[in-house]
Design a protein around this ligand. Sequence first.
Ligand code: PMP
Length: 409
Amino acid sequence: DNRNEEKDFRKDFPIFQQEKELIYLDNAATSQRPACVLEAERNFYENTNANPLRGLYELGLEATDAYENARKCVQGFLHAGKAEEIIFTRNTTEALNLVAYSYGLNRLGPGDEILVSIMEHHSNLLPWQMVSRRTGAELKFLECGQDGELTEEQIRKAFTSRTRLTAVTQVSNVFGRENPIKEIVRIAHEHGAVVVADAAQSAPHIPINVQELDVDFLAFSGHKLMAPMGIGVLYGKEELLQDMPPFLTGGEMIERVGRYDAVYAPLPHRFEAGTVNAAGAAALGAAIGYLEGIGWKTLQEREDRLTALALEQMEQIPGIRVLGSRDAGEHCGILTFTVEDVHPHDVASILDADHIAVRAGHHCAQPLMEYLKVPSMVRASISFYNTEEEIRAFTESLSQVRRKMGYGE
Ligand code: PMP
């Protein structure tokens, strides 16, 4: 609504009161956290702290409630059918490894194929390299256009009768473009393959409905979604999780233990060995509540407007090449670019002198960089709490980079 449209969201984030000059455009690496999230984490330790899922005394039960309520919150956020399908992990990387170790190693073998897209973050590539090495399944690549587009034709061509699993990011951390997960799932299922979606970059920007996507597994990190570091999520279809052996074993994930064997706990606790990050989970619940309070419409309108402004101004600066679509709506706030003749690290340092935080490097996607034939790039990533003034300061600073490095206009 209008109140949200005009609101200065920076006020919700304590870091911006401390770091008054900071222009934070590295939101794709990790977001900032609003006061309500920090309070939720503190509230757990101040008022509810006990080891959840263990204590039979009142405080222990309250701690368990806080943790399990957070799970319900994530269930609602992803529109999952059951709370048991939500597994808390440390982050996206751990969630993807859980699927690789628990599903991949046990279900795949020689003659099978694993299909990953060329744009995967190392977190959604290295686990499948490991599965391929250990099972003998062949690792194959789904290639995209130079602008990051995956067409239905390319997708269909990449699948074979041997494809058993495909791991694809919903939004690339380099292109920012949303991949057609629903179509990929449909094609994968026609071939009898399961789909593992990496939602690390999509969860903060687009509504996700795992039932509508019909996706088999989906992972995201709390820290990119305004929650603390160290809490992440794996969604898995119940019938798949049910048949998977545990990834990690130990306390909290058992029903009964004998000297030589054990009966594991039912879902979801079978996949949550050891003391859990209950405060992190509660804070993730608060982050989801905060986002839902703003609403996707407001959030996306603001991000698209700021991205369009940045794109339009960047296009006018000589020597700048922005990767991906010309359409701001296809970036999820991510603008990856190069400045002619200037090393990305120098670009980042020059911007940093103006208190502008951007990322430079290979963005944990080295095979993609090689495919695009660029050694490294700069990435500015925008969130709804950025402002027009910040975008203008960024493009103004960017327009000075080549001159500061000794090149003409
Ligand atoms: N996948 C993508 C697309 C990402 O952008 C990131 C974070 N850079 C990850 C996975 C890994 O997330 P985390 O480090 O939180 O596990």
